[in-house]
Design a protein around this ligand. Structure first.
Ligand code: AMP
Length: 465
C-alpha cells in the first residue's frame, strides 16, 4: 500500500508508478484522482510540471482497466479514451508517460500527430487501441480518412486547453466534441480559466468539478528567477558567458521568433557550444531527434520558440534562459515551468533590454511577484540610470577567449559609431524610476572572483572557484 493506493488506484497501476519512481501523489493528483475515479467531469487549473498528465491518466486507466484484454482482434480494442493536445511534443510526451503507466495492463495506446507519415498511425488504429493521444489537426485528418471510430469514446481529455484555444483550434475542438458520444467523461486541463474556456466547459461538460492546486499563473517556488538588465547588442556575449561560466550542461534558451532562434543557435555553435534549434519550421523528425539528444545530455543547449517548447518535459532541467522576453506574460510562466518540475530546483534567467521593460512589468503583475532587476558586472546596460545603482567594485575582465580581436579595423569603427548612436537612443529609454538594480559578477576564470549572487552559488553548477 502507498499513498497512490489510498487514492483508489489498484496494485497493477501503483506498481507501475513505483517503477517510474513516483512515491507520493502531487497536489493535483491528490485532488483530481478521487474525483475522476468517481466519474465526474473535471475542470482543472494546473500548469505543466505539476504532474497533471498522471492526474488525468491514472484514474482513466483505472476506469478502463475492465476492458483490458490480450485478444488480437481489433474489434476488442475500440478507442475508449481520447487525449487532445496543442502540440506534437506534448502528444509524444503524454504517450510516453502512458506507456509507463499501463505497463501491467493489457490496454493499447497510440499517438497521432502531424509531420509524420500517416500510414503507421493508420495501421495502429486499424489494429485497434483503447487510448489515443492526438493533436487536433492530425486527428481530424484520420477522421476524414475514416481511419478512426470515435463512437466508443468514454473519456476525453482536453490538455492545455488554453493553449489550444490560443492556437486557434476552437472550431476544430468543437467539431471533435460533437463527434463523441454524449455519455462520456470530460477532463479539461488548462493553466487559466479564461472566458472562452468557461464557454467550452459550459457547452461540452456536465457539472464539472473545479480543482485548482495553485493560484493561477504563479511560478513555482522551486525556480530561482533572475531578471538581468542588458543592452540588446550585448545579449549574445552575456548568453555565452552565462552558459560557460555557470557551467550549464543542459539549458533551454527561449527566443521570440524563429529568426532569432536560428541566429542564437548559429552564434552558439560558432563559439563551440553545442546547440540545436527547434521551431515550427523544423520537420517533426528533426524536432524529435533534437529533443532526444537534449534529453540524453549529448546536446548542451536547446534554442526554442514558445510554441515548439510547449509540453517539453525534461527531467530536472536545471536552467532556462529567456534570451528575449516573451510576447505574452503567460508565456513567461510556461517557459520557466520547464525547470523546477516535480519538486526539483531550477534557475530561470531573463535578459531584459530597454524595450522589454513593459513586458517585465506585465509579467510581475501576472505572477504577483516583485522581481528585482539585476545587472551583471561588465554587462551593465547603458539605458540604466548610472547613479541609481551601486557601482561595481571593479571590472571583471572577460575570459581570455572573449578578448581576442576577431574583427577587422573598419568593421570595428563602424560598430563603435553604431554603439555611440545606440547609446543616445538608450539614454532616452532609461526607466523613469530610479529603482536600483543589484549588480552581480559572473565568475571569471580568476580564482579571486567573488560569487555574489544566488544564481552563482555552487549548487547551481558553478565551479567551486
Ligand atoms: P507533467 O506536469 O504531467 O508534465 O509532469 C511533470 C513531471 O513530473 C513528469 O516528468 C512526470 O513524470 C513527473 N511526475 C508526475 N507525477 C509525479 C509524482 N507523483 N512523483 C514524481 N514525479 C512525478
Amino acid at each position: 500500500m502507498n499513498a497512490f493506493s489510498d487514492l483508489g488506484l489498484s496494485p497493477e497501476i501503483v506498481s507501475a508508478l513505483v517503477e517510474q519512481g513516483y512515491e507520493t501523489p502531487t497536489p493535483i493528483q491528490a485532488a483530481a484522482i478521487p474525483k475522476a475515479l468517481a466519474g465526474h467531469d473535471l475542470l482543472a487549473a494546473a500548469q505543466t510540471g505539476t504532474g497533471k498528465t498522471a492526474a488525468f491518466m491514472l484514474p482513466s486507466l483505472e476506469r478502463l482497466k475492465r476492458y483490458a484484454t490480450t485478444s488480437t482482434s481489433p474489434a476488442m480494442h475500440p478507442v475508449r479514451m481520447l487525449v487532445l493536445t496543442p502540440t506534437r511534443e506534448l502528444a509524444d510526451q503524454i504517450d510516453q508517460n502512458v506507456q509507463g503507466y499501463l505497463k501491467n495492463l493489457s490496454l493499447r495506446h497510440t499517438v497521432l500527430f502531424g509531420g509524420m507519415n500517416m500510414e503507421p498511425q493508420k495501421q495502429a488504429l486499424r489494429a485497434g487501441c483503447e487510448i489515443v493521444v492526438a493533436t487536433v489537426g492530425r486527428l481530424l485528418d484520420h477522421v476524414q480518412q475514416k481511419n478512426i471510430q470515435l463512437n466508443k469514446v468514454e473519456i476525453v481529455v482536453l490538455d492545455e486547453a488554453d493553449r489550444m484555444l490560443d492556437m486557434g483550434f476552437i472550431d476544430d475542438i468543437r467539431r471533435i466534441m460533437q463527434m463523441l458520444p454524449k455519455e462520456r467523461q470530460t477532463l479539461l486541463f488548462s493553466a487559466t480559466f479564461a472566458p472562452p474556456i468557461r464557454r467550452l466547459a459550459q457547452d461540452f461538460m456536465r457539472a464539472p468539478e473545479e480543482i485548482s492546486v495553485a493560484a493561477q499563473n504563479t511560478t513555482s517556488a522551486n525556480v530561482e528567477q533572475h531578471i538581468i538588465a542588458i543592452d540588446t547588442g550585448r545579449k549574445r556575449a552575456l548568453l555565452e558567458r552565462l552558459i560557460l561560466d555557470l557551467n550549464m550542461s543542459q539549458v533551454i534558451v527561449f527566443c521570440k521568433t524563429k529568426q532569432s532562434v536560428d541566429q542564437v543557435n548559429r552564434d552558439l555553435n560558432r563559439r563551440g557550444i553545442s546547440a540545436q534549434a527547434i521551431h515550427g519550421d523544423k520537420s517533426q523528425q528533426s524536432r524529435l531527434e533534437t529533443l532526444s539528444q537534449f534529453k540524453d545530455g549529448s546536446l548542451r543547449v536547446l534554442v526554442a520558440t514558445d510554441v515548439a517548447a510547449r509540453g517539453l518535459d525534461i527531467a530536472e532541467l536545471p536552467f532556462v534562459i529567456n534570451y528575449e522576453m516573451p510576447t505574452a506574460p503567460e508565456d513567461y510562466v510556461h517557459r520557466i515551468g520547464r525547470t523546477g518540475r516535480a519538486g526539483a530546483e531550477g534557475v530561470a534567467i531573463s535578459l531584459m533590454d530597454a524595450d522589454e521593460q513593459k513586458m517585465f512589468e506585465a509579467i510581475k503583475e501576472l505572477i504577483k511577484k516583485d522581481l528585482q532587476v539585476e545587472r551583471i558586472e561588465g554587462f551593465e546596460p547603458r539605458w540604466w540610470p548610472q547613479d541609481s545603482a551601486p557601482q561595481p567594485e571593479r571590472e571583471v575582465r572577460a575570459p581570455r577567449e572573449n578578448r581576442g580581436n576577431t574583427e577587422g579595423g573598419s568593421r570595428r569603427q563602424e560598430r563603435t559609431a553604431a554603439v555611440k548612436r545606440d547609446a543616445a537612443k538608450d539614454k532616452a529609454r532609461a526607466p523613469a524610476s530610479d529603482a536600483g538594480a543589484a549588480c552581480h559578477r559572473i565568475p571569471g576564470r580568476s580564482r579571486r572572483t567573488r560569487l555574489q549572487c544566488a544564481l552563482l552559488q555552487p549548487n547551481y553548477g558553478v565551479r567551486g572557484e
